[in-house]
Design a protein around this ligand. Structure first.
Ligand SMILES: [Zn+2]
Length: 345
């Protein structure tokens, strides 16, 4: 666009200076050219450099108008006027872009990238639409079976270096080394990361809570069929959640910005659960690719989080994910069991 402006420039310079009308019409056509290009090319591609260059050209033309004869002044005034108009359109486009973001999926109900369409966005995401063991689900008391000898959920975590990351659709904590594991029915799953959703993705008897934490674990054993185990914790508004409270400053520094910062040694055991009963069922990841065969263990006891903490998480992620919650999925005759833990911390 700006190259074209320059290309036209010599033409303007050589105009007969006592011919203001021709000059005016050329200015108009130039502005229309610029505007057409503005429409044709998505302005997202335009860089700050181009913007500065545009300003530079405007400055030159302004100086020109001060020292040039009358005809030149009219011409320049028009160019400045139309360019400023385009410039303001450009600025409004930039602010719209910040809100929009380039994410591959979002959580908006009517959006083409919303939860109903995830399975069509990529071949590898098909399970999001075709799967039969999808998450989240409603954990209704009618469906829950208590199986006393089902097996234990053992947690053994240790402090390890971590980073906190704004992934755009959520805030997550990644442990860089070995932060410990859980054992479900004798299988060891290593802790990878934890992240938050608000409101909660799982509901209990139809009620969604204010926040849900997911601790994602993975088994490195090639003989294990279900490779991922997620421990979930639901929260209602009340006292602040101490684990999340440690990172308020870092989260505030990443508002609307996909970014990560080191947070030193973090002990996953600092995430308090309390209670010894978990809902357990077989489901999927709640974000694309919606991989199935995920063992879910959701604490029956509800804990608290402050309103400010939930607000900060929502503010920090991109606008399309301020409610980063996937709609409830069909149960398809799945069983939900109550699993007891050997550690009630
Ligand atoms: Zn999650």
């Amino acid at each position: 666009m700006f190259l074209l402006l320059d290309f036209h420039s010599p033409l303007h310079q050589n105009l007969p200076r006592n011919f203001p009308l021709l000059s005016v019409s050329l200015s108009l056509s130039l502005s229309l050219d610029v505007y057409t290009l503005y429409i044709v090319h998505n302005l997202r591609e335009f860089t700050e450099f181009q913007l500065r260059f545009h300003c530079f050209v405007l400055q030159i033309r302004f100086l020109d108008s001060v020292f040039a004869p009358e005809a030149m002044k009219i011409e320049t005034t028009l160019i400045v006027f139309f360019s400023l108009l385009l410039f303001s359109l450009h600025l409004s486009s930039i602010s719209a872009q910040e809100v929009e973001d380039e994410s591959e999926f979002d959580y908006r109900e009517g959006s083409e990238k919303g939860p109903r369409h995830w399975g069509k966005i990529k071949k590898e995401w098909e399970a999001c639409n075709n799967g039969v063991l999808q998450s989240p689900i409603d954990l209704s008391s009618e469906r829950v079976k208590i199986v006393p000898k089902f097996g234990d959920l053992k947690r053994s975590y240790k402090p390890c270096n971590a980073t906190i990351k704004n992934r755009g659709h959520d805030i997550s904590v990644y442990w860089v080394g070995k932060a410990g594991s859980i054992k479900v029915n004798g299988v060891v799953y290593d802790l990878q990361q934890a992240h938050w959703h608000s409101p909660s993705e799982h509901s209990i008897n139809g009620r969604r809570y204010d926040m849900e934490l997911h601790m994602v674990h993975q088994s490195s054993n090639p003989n294990v069929k279900n490779k991922i185990a997620v421990v979930g914790q639901l929260y209602t508004i009340g006292e602040p959640e101490p684990f999340l409270a440690q990172f308020s400053k870092q989260i505030s520094s990443m508002i609307d910005r996909e970014h990560e910062v080191g947070i030193g040694e973090i002990d996953p055991a600092d995430i308090k659960f309390g209670g010894k009963k978990y809902y357990k069922y077989l489901g999927s990841l709640t974000v694309p690719p919606c991989t199935e065969g995920v063992i879910w263990a959701i604490n029956k006891k509800i804990r608290t989080v402050s309103h400010e903490q939930v607000q900060l998480l929502r503010e920090a992620v991109h606008d399309y994910a301020d409610r980063n919650v996937r709609p409830l999925q069909r149960l398809n005759n799945r069983e939900v069991n109550i699993l007891s833990t050997s550690r009630g911390s």
